[in-house]
Design a protein. Sequence first.
Length: 348
Amino acid sequence: MKVTPFILALIIFFQLQSQEKQTNIIFMIGDGTGLSQITAGMYANGNKTNLEQFSVIGLIKTHSSDNLVTDSAASGTSMASGVKTKNGVIGFDLNGTEVSSILEDCEKMGYNSGLIATSSIVHATPASFYANVSSRRLYEEIALQFVESEIDYFIGGGREHFNKRTDNRNLITENNSFKFVDNLSEFESSQNERVGYFTSDLEPKSILEGREPKLANGIQSMLAKLDTKEKSFFLMVEGAQIDWGGHANIENYLLSEFKDFDEAIGIAIQYTKANPNTLLIVTADHETGGTALNSGDIKTFTPQLNFTTKNHTASMVPIFAMGKGAENFAGIYDNTLIYNKLKSILAQ
């Protein structure tokens, strides 16, 4: 059949339509956030949470390969790469073989990518999406792998792991591809193809200490940046310090961090509803603190928390999904299947 200009135009049109249908993924992780943290945060927020807008909900098994109680490295690797591994390990399977993450898979498909964390950007959870190390504590090696990655945008702490290193290298000045900025305004206005905003030298402050920017502001700026690009994107957003409030057994710390995370979820929901080719996932890597709600004030919806440990627990954690392919995430399943489900959606 002769390919006329009209037929050629149709082919190009449908090719463009197909490209436009690539699924954006927003993957939000409330570190240490089990059902009790969500319930307490909801009550403390006036008996409401943005998670109530989700209709697809499931439960995730979180154990690592060597312990019923996982850490963030093993759980992060399971969610990001679909394999079980030992506590403390990032980006390796049980045979010691490097595994790729869903973020890296998306980059191979031509996606843009972004990371936001209220921890350092080399902490276990964000690192699970781009690094392969035998120990989560190898921060300098993780930082090196970060600048060698194809990540386009980031907002998070940890500057000193890049420029005050034991090998005397300064990965910030060495790197010509990233534009490092000092605030969200510069982040949004930068025309560089890769932009990074270090929010602190090491770990960011807590909300109670006045952390800026808030997570909602960070995700709003990040989505605005990604939305200016023609490519689809993968974005991982971590509310890291909900976990730290659980470890410390400090109620106000935990609740204020959950509220910050919940506000960011609200921004992500707005974007997902306005962009139906987007999949929004909200989950946790594990529960922290063995948190229980044994009492509280019904008149003011003020919860009273009790903690059974300063460590993680083996409890299942919820997963919430909205948008394109969300129906695949209902049910009870292992955290490794999150990766498999995301890969299946990307293949459509």
